[in-house]
Design a protein around this ligand. Structure first.
Ligand code: ADP
Length: 496
């Protein structure tokens, strides 16, 4: 195996270099195991063989998570960490976390949504990547420990900064356990370690990140009564206009039978859009007179849906996997549908269409990608976000955490497009691009970095990049980029 232990930018301590190298050495064969087992799962297997292969995949996935957590933890421990100061929208950041974790929530039958106050939110300056990591860990925990109900992220502008509250309807945490929760390798009950395969590092990482950002984290909970983790961060507003201004829609919108976090999130956003909101009790058969559009939960009995849809223009709110039920809801009289997690711009648009009497407007089809994309990024959260965005757009995605992993993956999967982070441990993106080109790789490589300036762009192009893109890339920007560079959006391949 090739190995390159040079420091990517000279900023790493010897401990960090050791750690990065050691973790790379563990991650490489582990990715090999995971890649092969997913290939195995695509073949004809007997039920017993399938079960064994699934167990290998599950355990391998946990081992990879664990390794990433240990690495994060040790990195935070090792030395001075540089904070980024970028302009970000807190509501959008929470939206990304929700979008990323929704498949996990929906698979577990849980509702997940975000509510922001005020709405729309002003822009802030800060290390969005680390804040996202905090939220990702806390929401991930909330989903992991909650068997039934919902998880709600409340994002709130407070004097001098931001507060995030992550509430769940899980088992809660006993008061005697709460104080030690943020120490490394702490779990509240011996059984937890068995149940989720974690080691108690997630909250220790969150605590360190919060300290690093000069903030504070609290938990309030009682056994049997859910948990609420609150993070307070001192942050300056950027002074920019809100990234996602909401349209004014007015009128009175009824909500019937929606899952609880989605209903709370909708109430707040609809009020911010100038609409009055009424909770409608589907079983009573009563409908407040002024309600002009109704948003209906997909779990209500069909009779109730049909009765309400006869009286008021109704939109049904579905999980992505329930799209197959659209025809059934149309037959019940619904004039349209919305898919969770909800984006408020689509909610506003659909409500206005429903009011205008338009019937079940077909969803605008996303231009769909095809082809293999290799993402090289050492930050597991960024990589996950990118992977999900591109997979949703139809791409097959492989993730590598270092330059050398990217070389191995490229040789194995022959990607149509490579997104190359420039700063990675073990082998940085510049070197990886040089080696890819030297090996005869001719397809597009886009260099991705938080800091793109003319000098870095020139060095990236010299190393073999066809284009550069600045982080953070949101899901839509990533999709557009991938579609353009794989020639799927009608643009000429090769145009920067
Ligand atoms: P891990 O999830 O890897 O075990 P964490 O540090 O993230 O480690 O969490 C430590 C422990 O805190 C968990 O094992 C669990 O017992 C408890 N815990 C964390 N979040 C929640 C939650 N939302 N509800 C109930 N218990 C929680």
């Amino acid at each position: 195996m090739t190995q390159d232990t040079r420091r990517p930018d000279g900023a790493e301590t010897p401990e960090q270099t050791f750690l990065a190298t050691a973790s790379h050495e563990i991650r490489t064969p582990l990715n090999g195991i995971l890649g092969t087992v997913s290939l195995l799962l695509e073949t004809d297997l007997s039920p017993a063989q399938r079960e064994y292969a699934e167990t290998i995949r599950l355990s391998g996935g946990r081992l990879l998570d664990l390794l990433n957590n240990v690495l994060d933890y040790a990195r935070l421990d090792a030395s001075a960490v540089e904070l980024e100061a970028e302009n970000f929208c807190p509501a959008r950041l929470c939206g990304e976390v929700v979008e990323l974790l929704s498949p996990r929530a929906h698979a577990a039958g849980l509702d997940l949504a975000v509510r922001s106050l005020p709405s729309p939110m002003p822009g802030f300056l800060g290390d969005a990547g680390r804040i996202r990591q905090i939220l990702f860990n806390l929401v991930g925990n909330a989903l992991k420990f909650t068997a039934r109900g919902a998880v709600l992220i409340d994002a709130e502008v407070i004097p001098g900064g931001l507060a995030f509250h992550i509430r769940d309807t899980g088992p809660g945490i006993a008061p005697e356990d709460q104080a030690r929760l943020f120490e490394a390798f702490r779990q509240t009950a011996a059984g937890d370690a068995y149940r989720d395969g974690g080691v108690g590092l997630g909250l220790a990482i969150v605590k360190r990140l919060t300290d690093l950002l000069g903030g504070r984290i609290d938990v309030s909970s009682a056994l049997g009564d859910g948990a609420c983790f609150s993070v307070f961060l001192p942050l300056k507003q950027s002074g920019d206009a809100p990234a996602d201004p909401l349209p004014l829609i007015g009128g009175r919108v009824g909500l019937a039978g929606l899952p609880p976090a989605t209903a709370l999130s909708l109430s707040a956003s609809l009020s911010a859009m100038g609409a009055d909101v009424s909770q409608v009790d589907a079983s009573s058969g009563k409908m407040p007179a002024e309600v002009d559009v109704l948003l209906i939960g997909a779990d209500l009995p069909e009779g109730a849906v049909a009765a309400m849809a006869r009286r008021v223009a109704s939109l049904v709110v579905l999980r992505p996997e329930d799209r197959g039920a659209i025809a059934r809801f149309r037959a019940l009289g619904c004039v349209g549908w919305l898919v969770r997690p909800l984006r408020m711009s689509s909610v506003a648009e659909r409500i206005q269409l429903a009011r205008s009497g338009a019937d079940a407007v077909e969803e605008q089809e996303m231009a769909s990608g095809a082809g293999r994309v290799l993402i090289a990024d050492d930050n597991p959260v960024n990589a996950l976000i990118a992977r999900r965005a591109l997979e949703l757009a139809g791409f097959t995605v492989t993730v590598a955490a270092t330059g050398s992993e990217a070389l191995e993956a490229a040789a194995r999967m022959e990607p149509d497009l490579v997104l190359m982070d420039l700063r990675m441990p073990v082998m940085d993106g510049f070197e990886a691009m040089r080696r890819l080109r030297a090996d005869g790789f001719t397809l597009p490589i886009i260099a991705v970095s938080a800091e793109i300036n003319p000098d870095i762009e020139r060095r990236a192009r010299d190393a073999g990049a066809d284009g550069v893109a600045t982080k953070p890339l949101d899901a839509e920007a990533l999709r557009r980029l991938a579609l353009r560079w794989t020639g799927r959006s009608g643009a000429i391949v090769g145009a920067a």
